[in-house]
Design a protein around this ligand. Structure first.
Ligand code: PEP
Ligand code: MN
Length: 354
């Protein structure tokens, strides 16, 4: 991955620090685009974002306004002197975005998952001087993400950056997509040249958490933020719950940035490790809940089939299984793990007796 240290990070230095990209999840009407771009505070925001082609989970939902949205964006650029950014998900989008001279193109999380899609986009954008940002894939596969960067780089595209929008590890009740900060800071430590922007909107899925996550990202040393902003979030045609009004964005940025004009290095600090512990603990609790519910179902079957609840042979097999897994993961203190599972099994048996 040597090429990663050759990535040009000069482009990010042309912006003020931190680079703020803001605008709606989706372009919905010309009026909406002009309203939002006008209300954004230009002391902070340098790039206006809007999705024109929207990758939706289910068919039949709002899938974006298409090409006409690019025309609206150009009007917003002219009126408000903002650079423009939009998502591209195939070669037709890439061609159109170049044709309309959009300044920053980003590859969305769903597209990054598919090497064929990224390759097709990279081939179409060959030799471009535009800034190309690539969002992390949905799954926690850093190599797939960097592979996407390599596909761009191999096509003589040098102005590249990453967008961290969180990962779909388990259905968290706190985040829409888990941040996995530690993975990102490990990546940044290895490749300090790669500019990285945080997308608190898609990490949280929750307008109330945008301040907290934005602040964290800036404290960890991110190069910028991409925040979804809408004039009427409650009426937005996509991602309603996570969009904030331009006025709220200004308040958030005032609070975070007023005393923070200098970029710090990416810092691995106590706060980072503590955030990581919270994510891991939520995952443990989620899995424990699943385990207890599964146990309950087993209890029902045992009752119907009139099988003893405590099965000694099964217990011994599980002990062997844990021992083996400890070996695979290089956990030396196997006793610690066995003790935890004794407690979990005790609870499972209690549940089955009910
Ligand atoms: C978006 O930025 O609106 C978007 C669709 O993001 P992601 O690819 O992170 O889901
Ligand atoms: Mn969105």
């Amino acid at each position: 991955m040597d090429f990663l240290n050759k990535i040009n990070n000069k482009w990010i230095k042309k912006f003020s620090y931190p680079l703020i990209i803001a605008g709606p999840c989706s372009a919905e009407s010309e009026e909406q685009i002009i309203k939002i771009s006008t209300k954004l505070n230009k002391d902070y925001v340098e790039v206006f974002r809007a999705g024109i082609w929207k990758p939706r989970t289910k068919p039949g939902l709002f899938e974006g306004v298409g090409e006409k949205g690019l025309k609206w964006m150009l009007k917003a650029k002219k009126k408000n002197k903002l650079l423009l950014a939009t998502e591209i998900a195939n070669k037709e989008h890439a061609k159109l975005a170049l044709e309309y001279d959009i300044d920053i193109l980003w590859i969305g999380a769903r597209s990054t998952c598919n090497p064929f899609t990224v390759q097709e986009i990279a081939d179409t954008l060959k030799n471009t001087k535009k800034i190309i940002l690539i969002k992390n894939p949905l799954n926690l596969d850093i190599n797939l993400w960097l592979g996407g960067v390599q596909r761009l780089f191999n096509n003589n595209i040098k102005n590249i950056g990453l967008i961290h929008r969180g990962f779909n590890i388990f259905p968290s009740k706190i985040y829409r997509n888990l941040p996995c900060w530690l993975e990102i800071l490990n990546l940044k430590e290895k490749y300090p040249n790669l500019p990285i922007i945080c997308d608190p909107s898609h990490i949280t899925g929750n307008s109330k958490l945008i301040y907290k996550i934005s602040k964290k990202a800036i404290n960890f040393g991110y190069d910028g933020l991409m925040i979804e902003t809408h004039n009427k979030p409650e009426e937005a045609l996509s991602d309603q719950l996570q969009q904030i009004k331009p006025e709220k964005l200004t308040k958030i940025l005032n609070k975070i940035l007023l005393n923070k004009k200098k970029k710090e290095n990416f810092l691995k600090n106590l706060k980072l490790y503590r955030s990581n512990i919270l994510e891991i603990d939520e995952n443990i609790i989620y899995n424990l809940k699943n385990r207890l519910e599964t146990s309950k179902e087993i209890g029902k079957i045992k009752k119907i089939k009139k099988i003893e609840i405590l099965q000694k042979k099964r217990m011994l097999n599980l002990k062997k299984f844990y021992k083996n897994i400890c070996k695979i993961y290089g956990i030396e203190d196997e006793y610690f793990i066995q003790k935890i599972f004794e407690k979990i099994q005790k609870k499972s048996l209690e549940i089955q007796k009910i």
